[in-house]
Design a protein around this ligand. Structure first.
Ligand SMILES: [Zn+2]
Length: 486
């Protein structure tokens, strides 16, 4: 890394939990609702109201804790974090500070080299979100719909040592929460947010006492770039023997730079105290057992199973399982294959990791992806029984993306079905051979590699619709006829 310095990076990841209602009241969650339509006296902090903790958000947190091998506290507490900000109508945020729900976990991340590193998780706790300030030409507008939405905060040990590792860690958390079904994990919409704490030291030196904080990084790429900028800044200060001040920076993506926000608050400035309205949170061993029993298959296990069941190489299985939606898509399509052979599974995998993945990037599965898995399986089945060429299948797939139609319908309408009758192919072959008498002669005198050229011409003449094995049979028969006649 940066000459003779090493970086220490800790992440604070906020995950918006997928629940029907808010953390401490019964307001529903709906990101598309008009501003200030999903509020009630509880989440607005009116005097005399009482919060009640949402059971599902607690179960979601326990699910993640179990997946990260974290310890779960039988009794934890909720506290109030007091600060004034216009988007916080209560004047405090309910969070866990003194006794957090889970602590001491770990997450393995796979580096670009293929090696694995274990990153320590110091704590996982629950809190509620604040509202949103919308800045526009009229000034500032406040939307309180987000007030009280359940968030899980996961804090790592300062175990990450490079911007790349920070990015991989966050991507791994994202993958995990989507597999667990506890969040949609989307950074663009703010369901997954991340702050970073950064310090730099001489290798093997003491843990530094000064840290800076980075906020507002809303994509994996942003995290990697912003962390790299901050490490570079600290190293250049240390090289000039300049003191590093604790500071909070916001990442300005458009300007590609860090913007200082304020000097960092210390915890004493938040005046944390136990929330008198919420009883201690008690977790029974029965609850933990019931969550263990219903834990879904996690990414590493799924990758192993997919390799095994569909005879796929590790690389393909990794691409398929990187996103849960893609792995689900593949497995659903595989269930519609007529032949359950390694060849069929591999062909389907090729189409899923190329064409489908490419299209997913523009339109993910959960937002009405136009090609259902059984439609792709239909195309693959037709390719496997040699009634459709890969080229025609590619054309049909593009139509399927555009039209939401069944491939059978598209094939019939566009007359794209494969030509599998010798009566149609034979005259095409005759015409092509008549056009190249010199090449036919060369073929007859032993240059059999010309077969490839003739096949190419047949495909051109039939717009790729000729059944390749039939075309080859007709071609060889015709060439044999001419050899006998010569
Ligand atoms: Zn409410």
């Amino acid at each position: 890394m940066q000459g003779s310095f090493e970086a220490l990076i800790g992440l604070e990841v906020h995950v918006q939990l997928r629940t029907a209602t808010k953390a401490f009241c019964s307001c529903p969650l709906d990101a598309s609702a008009p501003p200030n339509t999903l509020t009630c006296p509880v989440c607005l902090g009116h005097p005399g109201t009482l919060p009640v903790a949402n059971r599902v958000m607690i179960e979601h947190t326990l699910r993640l804790a179990l997946a990260l091998n974290a310890s779960i506290q039988p009794v934890s507490t909720f506290s109030r974090k007091n600060y004034f900000y216009p988007d916080l109508p209560k004047g405090y945020q309910i969070t866990q500070f003194h006794d957090t729900l889970c602590y001491n976990g770990r997450l393995d991340i796979e580096l670009d080299t293929g090696k694995t590193r274990t990153i320590g998780i110091s704590r996982i706790h629950l809190e509620e979100d604040a509202g949103k300030s919308l800045y526009n030409s009229d000034g500032v507008q406040l939307d309180f719909n987000r007030c009280g939405i359940p968030l899980l905060e996961l804090v790592t040990e300062p175990d990450l040592t490079s911007p790349r590792e920070a990015r991989i860690f966050l991507a791994t958390v994202r993958q995990l929460v989507t597999y667990l079904g506890i969040s949609d994990g989307e950074m663009e919409t703010g369901s997954l947010r991340c702050d970073a704490n950064i310090s730099v030291r001489r290798p093997g030196g003491a843990i530094p006492s000064t840290w800076t904080e980075l906020k507002n990084m809303n994509s994996l790429r942003n995290v990697e770039t912003a962390v790299a900028h901050e490490i570079e800044r600290q190293v250049s200060l240390l090289r000039q023997d300049t003191f590093i001040r604790p500071c909070t920076f916001s990442w300005d993506d458009a300007a590609n730079r860090l913007v200082p926000m304020r000097s960092k608050e210390t915890t004493s400035e938040y005046r944390y105290f136990p929330d008198p309205d919420l009883p201690p949170l008690t977790i029974s061993p029965e609850l933990i057992d019931s969550i263990k029993a219903t834990q879904p298959e996690l990414p590493a296990a799924r990758r192993e199973r997919i390799m095994d069941r569909y005879h796929l190489p590790a690389y393909d299985a990794r691409v398929l399982t990187a996103e849960k939606t893609l792995a689900d898509y593949y497995e659903q399509a595989a269930s519609h294959l007529q032949q359950k052979t390694p060849e069929a599974f591999r062909l389907l995998c090729r189409w899923t990791t190329r064409e489908v993945l490419h299209a997913f990037r523009k339109q993910p599965a959960d937002s009405g992806f136009p090609v259902p898995p059984d439609h792709l399986a239909f195309l693959v089945n037709r390719m496997l029984n040699a009634t459709l060429t890969a080229r025609t299948a590619g054309e049909v797939f593009l139509e399927m993306l555009r039209e939401h139609a069944h491939p059978r319908e598209i094939l019939e309408r566009k007359d794209l079905t494969q030509i599998s009758t010798p009566d149609i192919i034979a005259p095409v072959v005759t015409t092509i051979l008549d056009r190249h008498p010199d090449l036919v002669e060369e073929y007859i005198s032993g240059k059999t590699a010309l077969r490839g050229f003739f096949i190419g011409e047949i495909m051109k003449a039939t717009a790729g619709r000729a059944n390749p094995s039939l075309a080859l049979r007709v071609l060889e028969a015709e060439l044999e006829k001419r050899r006998a006649g010569a």
